[in-house]
Design a protein around this ligand. Structure first.
Ligand code: AMP
Length: 219
């Protein structure tokens, strides 16, 4: 059966988590979210978790070697995947190419979701997340059925530590500085698919899916 290896790029609040989950479900492949993997390490209070807790809180990037090691141990290369949050630097992008090449395969596409910074701040300030299953809600546009509880697993929802306005702006800058070179890296490989991330979840999903389906010849 045909499978796919995809990654989603874009600034914080662009909708990578929401659209990535829809895409992974549609293609029936795992959705791998590096931010969630890292937050889980922090919650478990492992040695790694303690090392990275402050970095996450500041909105800086976790060191490349560490994230690459995490991806190496977690990426279901044979089964296919949708990645959210990786790669975020040129070093990580090259490490991912090398890892896939070891398995005689490569990335099919990198999907870039774009939104203006003010829209990112507006979206993220009303964001709530389930610490257990990773589901993401927005109090206005995608509210949970029971206020404060996850629809999928019933866990109490939280506001992420790094979802405060000044940290969001810092994360946006981190994106411009470190991750825009990754966008150019994939553009030069000819596998970048650009999607306008503004509008409702359904509007963005329709835009994204029609582009992905036509470029990857999915019927
Ligand atoms: P996210 O949930 O994707 O917004 O990621 C939250 C935080 O996790 C980021 O602000 C970084 O501190 C860290 N992080 C996630 N993915 C990566 C990555 N590929 N490289 C470095 N740090 C990462």
């Amino acid at each position: 059966m045909r499978t796919f290896r995809l990654t989603l790029l874009g600034p914080p609040g662009a909708g990578k988590g929401t659209q990535g989950r829809l895409l992974a479900n549609r293609l029936n492949i795992p959705f791998i979210v590096t931010g969630d993997l890292l937050r889980r390490e922090v919650a478990k209070r492992t040695e790694l978790g303690l090392r990275i807790a402050n970095i996450l809180q500041r909105g800086d990037l976790v060191p490349d070697e560490l994230v690459v090691a995490l991806i190496r141990s977690r990426l279901p290369i044979r089964r296919g995947f949708v990645l959210d949050g990786f790669p975020r630097t040129r070093y990580q992008a090259e490490a991912l190419d090398a890892l896939l090449a070891e398995h005689h395969t490569k990335l099919d596409a990198a999907i870039l979701l774009t939104i203006p910074v003010e829209e990112a701040v507006r979206r993220i300030s009303l964001r709530r997340q389930c610490p257990r299953c990773g589901a993401v809600y927005h109090l206005e546009t995608n509210p949970p059925k029971n206020p404060d509880l996850c629809d999928r697993c019933g866990t109490a929802l939280i506001i992420r530590d790094d979802d405060r306005e000044e940290v969001i702006r810092h994360r946006y800058h981190t994106y411009i500085e470190n991750t825009l070179p990754v966008v150019e890296y994939y553009r030069s490989q000819g596998i970048l698919l650009e999607v306008n991330g503004t509008g409702s979840i359904q509007e963005v999903w329709q835009r994204l899916w029609s582009l992905v389906a036509s470029r990857l010849h999915i019927t």
